[in-house]
Design a protein. Structure first.
Length: 95
């Protein structure tokens, strides 16, 4: 997990997933939808700079959002390079 530290962050946004998806697409942001929490709440993950851009754009549209206090980009493409290593390490635990 230490290899993920600092690669990115996450943000909670109080809006329908489709609207946030439009903002992301229109602005070509390099972020990933991490979760649809409810009909009016989503979580995005990605590089800190990109998450900051997304939150700024949301504020401009009067959409509530905040960066989560986390230094890991869970549920994003940023963790893909670590996938094989993590699976190997988990396999050693399971035996």
């Amino acid at each position: 997990m230490d290899r993920l530290f600092g690669l990115g962050t996450m943000a909670a946004i109080g809006c329908e997933a489709e609207r946030v998806r439009e903002i992301v697409g229109q602005n070509k942001l390099d972020v990933d939808l991490a979760a649809e929490n409810s009909a009016t709440s989503v979580t995005y993950s990605g590089p800190k700079v990109e998450i900051a851009k997304l939150l700024k754009l949301c504020r401009k549209e009067r959409i509530a959002g905040r960066q989560l206090s986390i230094d890991y980009p869970y549920h994003s493409r940023l963790i893909e390079p670590l996938k094989e290593t993590m699976l190997d390490e988990l396999a050693q635990i399971v035996g």
